[in-house]
Ligand binder design. Structure first.
Ligand SMILES: [Ca+2]
Ligand SMILES: [Ca+2]
Length: 501
């Protein structure tokens, strides 16, 4: 009798009873590793050659096994391009990718795995095929005219610098990236209201956060008649969006692409939880290519700078993304250096983002299509691979299935480091204390401490084996080797050490 009552209770309350409740306020502690999916290239469920939402759902087991805590999807809205950074409808899913029901299923299955989902939001511009812009183009009385940055040619005070395109016989519109991407007038409160509605729509569906595209272009000098402080104006836009988003989810996560150097990008933290550290990414690539140890000091300085703007600033590191040469190409196809790059990325506190395929050592150099090649699931090509473009650079890359079977694969190195991140909270939330970096020996050596204790991280950026004395006699190696009171580091390797004192 008791047993059956419990069974009824479980079935009534669904999974709530069986799973620990997700604490959305704890993004900082829970989300150590994120995975960026370029949707067009990732996984194809219906053999039309193009990646899709059901394909991602089918591969969630893969992502869970890799150990990542969430995914960032490149835009999924209807769009004429393959990358879909020119949106025609912010409330729908591109039919190449599936349906709204597919996307709702994806959200549910992500959450079932205690993972998070971050959507890409392109608010700097729309597609030229967006109904607002089509109306502006075809209707002189359009109510959407003030949604865009228009210029009637006759105003002598309006310098036409930058990317202006012909709207009609007398007017131009601004589009920094392309004529197909007309830029919005973010000074128009109606536009902000539209974006607030879009965010609330997706938050009600259960999305956990947003990655905002091209934020440094929100206010390009010259696109509107008066721009006094482009940084501050962009921050205010994001703050307005945040307030509206928090009405639906108080813990909504905002991460922005502000592709500027650290000092120029830091002020944007006033409107964001997280910003991708482009300078740091470059410094980490230099660390593995040239043995330059300075990235760790840069990380610490960045944190100080960001937290001065926003005390809750989350550190957000990555190596490369869909706009840059892939890591394996950036390290000249050197396997050891690629592994070291992964180790650097995954031993920094905060949220570390991987770009799909990085864990396989995929190659990629521009043009863009070559840094977004189909993901190789199986050597026979029958694992849900996309075929929208011919694989050129990655014909000889070992597939997921092959790398999973090989304990020495790059995939398994990524997996090991991601798991360490998940099991040693200091790697995600520890306070960084740099012990030493010596450019001569090419060693990076730092401690990470939080309420769970202290660990020490050492990276050998050189091609020589090195030893580092560990004073704590009770220290134990979590990763790597300690022998006779010394951490022993082969070339381009790392050690992670639990300290007792
Ligand atoms: Ca497909
Ligand atoms: Ca703009």
């Amino acid at each position: 009798m008791v047993v059956s009552l419990i069974a009824v209770a479980v079935s009534l309350m669904g999974l709530e009873l069986l799973r620990p409740k997700r604490d959305m306020s704890n993004w900082q502690n829970e989300v150590g590793t994120m995975y960026q999916i370029f949707v067009y290239s990732f996984a194809d469920s219906n053999n039309d050659g193009v990646g899709d939402i059901q394909g991602i759902i089918e591969k969630l087991d893969y992502l869970e096994e890799l150990g990542v805590n969430g995914i960032w999807l490149t835009p999924v809205h209807p769009s004429q391009s393959y990358h879909k950074y020119d949106v025609e409808d912010y409330y729908a899913i591109d039919e190449q990718f599936g349906t709204l029901a597919d996307f709702e299923q994806l959200i549910a299955e992500i959450h079932e795995r205690d993972m998070k989902i971050v959507m890409d939001m392109v608010f700097n511009h729309t597609s030229n095929l967006h109904p607002w812009f089509v109306d502006v183009k075809t209707n002189p009385e359009s109510q959407y005219r003030d949604y865009y940055a228009l210029n009637d040619n006759t105003d002598p005070d309006f310098p036409r610098v930058g990317a202006w395109h012909q709207l009609n016989a007398t007017e131009h519109y601004y589009g920094f990236f392309s004529p197909n991407m007309p830029e919005l007038n973010l000074d128009n409160p109606q536009v902000i209201q539209e974006w607030q509605n879009v965010l609330q729509f997706w938050l009600k569906k259960g999305v956990d956060g947003f990655r905002f595209d091209a934020v440094k272009h929100f206010y390009n000098q010259g696109e509107l008649k008066v721009i006094e402080d482009p940084t501050q104006q962009a921050v205010e836009v994001l703050q307005q969006l945040k307030r509206a988003a928090q009405q639906i989810n108080p813990n909504v996560y905002f991460v922005s692409e502000v592709w500027l150097n650290t000092s120029a990008m830091a002020p944007y933290y006033a409107g964001n939880d997280a910003l991708f550290q482009f300078d740091l990414a470059e410094a980490m690539i230099k660390a593995v290519n040239r043995g330059e140890t300075g990235y760790i000091q840069q990380y610490v300085e960045n944190m100080t700078r960001f937290q001065a703007v926003n005390p809750e600033a989350m550190m957000t590191q990555f190596l490369t993304n869909h706009d840059q040469s892939r890591v394996m190409s950036a390290v000249f196809q050197d396997q050891e250096r690629a592994r070291l790059a992964a180790s650097l990325l995954l031993t920094l506190p905060g949220t570390s983002y991987l770009y799909y395929g990085e864990e396989l050592g995929m190659l990629g150099v521009k043009p863009d299509e070559r840094i977004r090649e189909p993901f190789p699931w199986q050597a026979d090509g029958l694992g849900g691979e996309t075929t929208w473009e011919v694989v050129k650079l990655n014909q000889n890359i070992a597939s997921v299935a092959e790398q999973q079977e090989n304990p020495a694969s790059l995939y398994n190195h990524y997996r090991t480091m991601i798991k360490l991140r998940a099991t040693h909270s200091q790697l995600v939330t520890g306070k960084v204390d740099v012990i030493e970096t010596t450019s001569k020996s090419k060693l990076v050596n730092y401690k990470l401490e939080n309420s769970d204790g202290k660990i020490q991280v050492i990276h050998n950026l050189s091609k020589n084996s090195q030893e580092v004395r560990i004073d704590d006699v009770n220290a134990t190696a979590i990763y790597g080797t300690i022998t006779g009171g010394k951490a022993v580091l082969p070339p381009f390797s790392s050690a992670i050490i639990a300290l007792a004192e």
